[in-house]
Design a protein around this ligand. Structure first.
Ligand code: HSE
Length: 433
């Protein structure tokens, strides 16, 4: 039986999951592939830290160079995360002719072009199934199963933390800050959750899917990103009354004029597939011209689901090694819809949910609707709630027909100057699936 040697850098949650899967499923993997996966060395700068599993002491080192420079190691698994030292580990491994498996979405979103092109030069593979959607096989689906398609659109719930927060707010009527605090106390959300709740993590993942689906390495900073900090329980309740749920979606759509790409909260119709994805689950809805609509659903994070994806990449490389035909998995830039043709959000059109907070004085509703009308925004429906006891302000909720974002922003600016407007206006895009 052929043996493939593996070096693992980073024995955190996912690293421990990888060690566990390799141990518990070694027999089934060997029977399936005819290959023995030998986890030879584990590098971690804090080996004594409390972990969900016991680390095999003989394999441990504090120095990642021990495995990067070990000639017998075929595959380096990078699970350090971030774009700092992790980049050095990956580049040095490639330089030493090692195949690399990584779950690092930030690294690929910012430096994918360099990493893939160096890997191609050295003839080594980069496995990155775990970088998007945790255990969901979206990378291989996009690279292989959808390869015959012109991809028309991708819409996904790609961040479990923010989906958990929005689902809990929806279910219990809680406010964002309270749910975030609870999620942190329970260990669901990171101590610094900003990448998750500000949409950055989902945007990293989206840029990887754009690279695979549209053949273009986007400049990450050009992607429009909004998070969920400003979503209130009031908006969730009104959305519910109107037949919608609020979800943080990562969206990429191929249009005549270029590519529309962004991460932002959206209203999605209740009963549609994405609306029903709750808790920490992820789902990615891909439409191809031949296959039509498809959706992949599963655990987007966590020790074992993410380890499942990492080990699947290790197995993929190991199979190629045992057949003697490894091939760089470099996503080829072929698309014309690059950063230069990324459509500015101001030029996009969609329907909108708007909530104004206004003093309940005669004529205010008319003034708002007439300002919207003057800016080419047609109204689909209006809800005006009665005053709260003792309060003089009322929420006015308006659903628009499809409108240009530039027109909407101008109208909101003008309405914001009305004396009767007493609070911040919410505007949330509506995504029709
Ligand atoms: N923090 C991410 C999430 C998982 O909450 O989905 C890793 O990308």
């Amino acid at each position: 039986m052929s043996v493939v040697n593996i070096g693992l850098i980073g024995a955190g949650t996912v690293g421990c999951g990888v060690i566990k899967v390799l141990n518990q499923n070694s027999e089934i993997i060997e029977n399936r592939t005819g290959i023995k996966l030998n986890l030879k060395t584990i590098a971690d700068n804090d080996p004594l830290r409390k972990r969900p599993i016991r680390l095999p002491k003989k394999k441990l080192t504090k120095n990642a160079q021990d495995l990067i420079n070990d000639e017998s190691i075929d595959i380096v698994v990078e699970l350090v995360g971030g774009t700092g030292i992790a980049k050095d580990f990956v580049m040095e491994s490639i330089k030493n002719g090692k195949h690399v498996v990584t779950a690092n979405k930030a690294l690929l979103a910012h430096h994918g072009k360099t990493i893939f092109s160096e890997a191609a030069k050295k003839g080594v593979e980069i496995g990155f199934e775990a970088s998007v959607g945790g255990g969901i096989p979206i990378i291989k689906s996009t690279q292989e199963s959808f390869a015959a398609n012109n991809i028309l659109s991708i819409r996904g719930i790609m961040n479990g933390t923010s989906n958990y927060i929005l689902s809990t707010m929806t279910e219990h009527g809680y406010e964002f800050d309270d749910v975030l605090k609870e999620a942190q106390e329970k260990g669901y959300a990171e101590a610094d959750p900003s990448f998750d709740i500000d949409g950055v993590d989902a945007a990293h993942k989206l840029s990887i899917l754009i690279m695979l689906s549209f053949g273009t390495f986007l400049n990450f900073d050009k992607i429009h990103v909004e998070g969920i900090r400003n979503i209130s329980s009031l908006d969730i309740a009104y959305a519910d009354e109107l037949g919608y749920k609020i979800k943080l979606l990562a969206i990429a759509k191929s249009k005549e004029a270029g590519l529309e790409a962004g991460v932002y909260p959206t209203l999605v119709k209740k009963g549609t597939q994405l609306a029903d994805v709750s808790g920490a689950f992820n789902a990615i809805y891909v439409v191809g011209d031949a296959v039509g609509p498809t959706m992949l659903y599963g655990m987007g994070a966590g020790m074992m689901p993410t380890a499942s994806a990492v080990v699947s990449d290790i197995i993929g490389v190991a199979k190629h090694l045992s057949l003697g035909n490894t091939h760089p998995t470099t996503p080829r830039p072929y698309g014309s819809k690059g950063s230069s043709s990324l459509i500015n959000m101001r030029e996009t059109s969609t329907k909108y949910y708007l909530r104004f907070q206004a003093a309940d004085i005669p004529g205010i509703l008319g003034n708002i609707t007439s300002c919207l009308g003057k800016n080419n925004i047609s109204i689909e429906s209006v809800i005006q709630k009665s005053r709260h006891l003792g309060g003089g302000d009322v929420p006015i909720v308006i659903m628009t027909h499809e409108a240009r974002e530039e027109d909407l922003l101008l109208a909101l600016k003008q309405i914001g100057r009305f004396k009767a407007i007493t609070g911040k206006t919410s505007f949330i895009r509506i995504e029709e699936l």
